[in-house]
Structures are given as structure tokens and as C-alpha cells.
Design a protein around this ligand. Structure first.
Ligand code: GLN
Length: 490
């Protein structure tokens, strides 16, 4: 077996052991990632660009430290992919939009700074739905990322590239962003673990904004421990992000092995009824039994406002997007139309040519919701419902420690099957969106396969800053099942 074959689905702790025992160098690990990319990227199309200089520079630093017997951070040398909406100084950052096609940021996002400090080699920028708007990655202006489990299916979105590259063994871990489900949904479709942290746990500085009150960066990995380690590396207070939480970061791996006896888990009743595929439903029911076997107490919990989540989200998210995207006018960033007659035409044509259909749809919806005369009826009302959704959760936490549901009503769908029907695409986020509206953390992890051999995702939600409990519960579930051991055959 080639070294590449041996390494492609290894966990962080296994790779770290090999690094410290000098069975492999950090440079060879990066080589391994790039040869895997060479091997499968034609099919997967997970990356918008590769950042080879940066990756090898970091690997060299790791190898020098190992040679001189210096300590290295926990994730040093572990190849990571990052979503192409996070800025790296000197490397193209596009948000998969034509309007930013050649944009090279002059600074690092805080998460990128942290990856560099932790000596984690960034191997490339991953594909996404344009400006993170979508659930399938089909809205990218550049390419079509495929699901490693089945090339006819979408990888989920909007962080489809980040999920696919980890699932396909091109990177060990990756970062995505989640505004309404964009980490959890693709994690579910690609059969890996994805975590959306509490709003403010991870700095948004240098993340290209979609909807600022909902956006949050988080990790993907093939197992819970890898996700816990990655979250550890990127979390923390950041004075450059005024919404960042100023509280110490706990050791996310320390408690993983503690059992979950007596933990109270609520099953969201609204998310196990109509509209959920049968295979998904039965996997979740089997998971509930598994949690009982592990000693958890299960109770049904109703979140009556769940039915307003999508409508609320699509007013708030589009309103914020319309404001955030006003900056792309052909003057300050990226693309500008050729030979405009005057400045108004320059603005109009730049935006008409630079943005894709979904982005335009959202700018129009958001502008409408914020316009005078409609503001109270739509935006203000949505903010009120948002407060009630948050209260729904507060009430639930009086009874249970965590809530579970499917991550998505279905498994990965066919390319093209929802692009002409935005509403059916929006419905993919029915289970994930409330966490963003309430600012709480959520994780998706593999819990089964459907009859077409596509992965099924289990979602767990917890109160603000309950990441440790979420990770521990996910770890205990994972270790008692085999789903994380199955890899796609590519
Ligand atoms: N699918 C949702 C949307 O299209 C969520 C996207 C996201 O989380 N970035 O807005």
C-alpha cells in the first residue's frame, strides 16, 4: 500500500503520532494531501485555488521544530482546507463570486492568523455557493463540487468544498462558515462531522460577510476529536470583532471520554414528523435508542415556533446581505464593468455582471424588506419572531441539556433538482436555521446510511457555549457506532 493510501483517512492524533515519531515529516504530509488532490480533484472539484507556497512554508517550520526537539502545537503539520470566503494575506479570496474573482486581500482573517500561529498548513481555498448563499454549492460562479459518495449528487452547501475535501481525503480537516446551516448540512451530506460554534466563539474578522448577525466560522473533520481540536485552535476573543465573546476557551478534548449517563436529551418533535424522509427518520430513531443505551434520558420537546424559522431567516439574512453586499460597486473591490458611459452605469453593470442569480434575488428581497413602509411589517416583525425562537430554546433548556433532530430532512440530492425552485432549496435548512437565529451551537455527525448508500446526519443543539457537552455527547455516540469508519470509495 502506498503511503498515500495509508494516510488518506487517518485522524489527527494518528498523524501527530507519526510526526512526533518521525515516521513521516510535515512536508510529506502536505505532499500526501496534494497527491490525493491530484488523484481525485478532477472528479471532486473541491478547491477554487491551492496555496502551495503557504502550505510548504508552514510544513518546513514544523519540520524544523521537530528536528530541534521543540514542542509543536496540537495540530501542527495537519493539512487543512479553508472556505474561500476567509481572507489570507496575499492569496486570492473569491467567495466563489465573479465580482471578487481577482481579489487579493492585504490582511489575514483572525482564524487564518490562528492557523498560522498553530503551524497548520493551509493547502487551499475551497469552493462554496456564491457569498455562502445556498445549500448545494451549485451557486458557485466557478465550478461544481461533487459529493464524494456519489458524483451525481450535490455535496450540500454552502461549505460544499470544505466538506467534500475532508470526506474525499484531500485534507484532514477544514473550515467552513454557517449562517443557516452551511457547515452542518454539507457535513451531513458528505458523511463527516461539522460544528457551528456559539455565535461569537470564533472571530468573524476577515470572513467575507453574508449576514453578520448569523455568520459563524467552524470546523469539519472525519471524527469528533479532530473537530474538537480544530475548534480549540480557532476559538477565542478577538478585539477586531465586536461580537466576539470575551470568555476563556475550555479544553475541548479533555472531557470527551466522560460518559453521558443521566444526560437529558430532547428530541425535537416538529422535526421527526411530515416532510422527513423515511430512511432519515429511522436512522434518527435508531440513534435515540443508542443514546438510551449510553445512559441518556430521552424526552420529546416541542419547539412550536420552528415553523416560522425559514421565513424569519430569509428576511433577516437577506436584509443583512443587501447591506453587506452594497460595498461591491466596482470602486473598492474586484470586478468592474468594461467601458461604462457614466458612474451610474458603472455601478449598475458591475453588479449586474458580477453577481449571480441567487445573490441578486437576495439583494432584492433584502432591500425590499428594509425599505420604508415595509420595514416594520417585515424586518421588525422578523426580529420579534427571532426573539421568540430564542425563547423557545430557553424554555427547552429548563428541561433538557441538549436537543437532537435530523440535520436535514433528506440525504444528498441530484444536481439541478432544486435550482429552479428556490423554496425547496430553502427548506433543506428547516432543522439548522434556528440555531443561527438563536446564536446557539450545533453539531452534525454521521448516524446512518440511506438505501442509496448516502450518509445521514444527526444534529445536536445546545445552549450558548455548550460546545463541550455537544462534543462529548457526539464523541460517545460516535465511539459506540461505526458510521465514522465508513469512507466513500473514490
Ligand atoms: N442555505 C442557507 C442559505 O442559503 C444557509 C447558508 C449558510 O449557512 N451560509 O442562506
Amino acid at each position: 500500500m502506498s503511503i498515500m493510501e495509508e494516510l488518506k483517512y487517518k485522524s489527527v492524533s494518528e498523524l501527530r503520532k507519526a510526526l512526533l515519531n518521525r515516521e513521516i515529516s510535515a512536508k510529506e504530509l502536505v505532499d500526501t494531501s496534494y497527491s490525493r488532490i491530484n488523484e481525485v480533484e478532477d472528479k471532486i472539484q473541491a478547491f477554487n485555488s491551492l496555496t502551495k507556497d503557504l502550505a510548504y512554508e508552514t510544513a518546513k517550520e514544523v519540520d524544523n521544530k521537530i528536528k530541534s526537539n521543540s514542542d509543536i502545537p496540537l495540530l501542527a503539520g495537519i493539512p487543512i482546507g479553508i472556505k474561500d470566503n476567509m481572507c489570507i494575506n496575499g492569496y486570492c479570496t473569491t467567495a466563489s463570486s465573479k465580482i471578487l474573482e481577482n481579489f487579493v486581500p492585504p490582511y489575514d482573517a483572525t482564524v487564518v492568523k490562528k492557523l498560522k500561529e498553530n503551524l497548520i498548513p493551509i493547502i487551499g481555498k475551497t469552493n462554496l455557493d456564491e457569498f455562502a448563499m445556498g445549500s448545494s454549492t451549485e451557486n458557485s460562479a466557478f465550478k461544481k463540487t461533487t459529493n464524494p459518495w456519489n458524483p451525481n449528487k450535490v455535496p450540500g452547501g454552502s461549505s460544499g468544498g470544505s466538506a467534500a475535501c475532508v470526506s474525499a481525503g484531500e485534507a484532514v480537516i477544514s473550515l467552513g462558515s454557517d449562517t443557516g446551516g452551511s457547515i452542518r448540512l454539507p457535513a451531513s451530506f458528505c458523511g463527516i462531522v461539522g460544528l457551528k460554534p456559539t455565535y461569537g466563539r470564533v472571530s468573524r474578522f476577515g470572513l467575507i460577510a453574508f449576514a453578520s448577525s448569523l455568520d459563524q466560522i467552524g470546523p469539519f473533520g472525519r471524527c469528533v476529536e479532530d473537530v474538537a481540536l480544530t475548534l480549540q485552535a480557532i476559538s477565542g476573543h478577538d478585539p477586531s470583532d465586536s461580537t466576539s465573546i470575551n470568555q476563556p476557551v475550555p479544553d475541548y478534548t479533555a472531557g470527551l471520554k466522560k460518559d453521558i449517563k443521566g444526560l437529558k436529551i430532547g428530541v425535537i418533535s416538529e422535526l421527526l414528523g411530515d416532510g422527513i424522509d423515511n430512511d432519515v427518520k429511522s436512522s434518527i430513531q435508531a440513534s435515540i435508542k443508542q443514546f438510551e443505551n449510553l445512559g441518556a434520558e430521552i424526552e420529546e420537546i416541542s419547539l412550536p415556533l420552528n415553523k416560522y424559522a425559514i421565513a424569519t431567516y430569509y428576511i433577516i439574512a437577506t436584509a443583512e446581505a443587501s447591506a453587506n453586499l452594497a460595498r461591491y460597486d466596482g470602486v473598492k473591490y474586484g470586478y468592474r464593468t468594461k467601458d461604462p458611459e457614466n458612474i451610474m452605469e458603472m455601478y449598475a453593470k458591475t453588479r449586474a455582471e458580477g453577481f449571480g442569480d441567487e445573490v441578486k434575488r437576495r439583494i432584492m428581497l433584502g432591500t425590499y424588506a428594509l425599505s420604508s413602509g415595509y420595514y416594520d411589517a417585515y424586518y421588525k416583525k422578523a426580529q420579534q419572531v427571532r426573539a421568540l425562537i430564542r425563547r423557545d430554546f430557553e424554555k427547552a433548556w429548563e428541561k433538557v441539556d441538549l436537543l437532537i433532530s435530523p440535520t436535514c430532512p433528506s440525504t444528498a440530492f441530484e444536481f439541478g433538482s432544486k435550482v429552479d425552485d428556490p423554496l425547496s432549496m430553502y427548506l433543506m435548512d428547516i432543522a439548522t436555521i434556528t440555531a443561527n437565529l438563536a446564536g446557539i451551537p450545533g453539531i452534525s455527525l454521521p448516524c446512518g446510511m440511506d438505501s442509496n448508500n448516502l450518509p445521514i446526519g444527526l444534529q445536536m443543539l445546545g445552549p450558548v457555549l455548550s460546545e463541550e457537552t455537544l462534543l462529548r455527547t457526539a464523541y460517545q455516540f460516535e465511539q459506540s457506532t461505526d458510521f465514522h469508519k465508513i469512507n466513500p470509495n473514490i
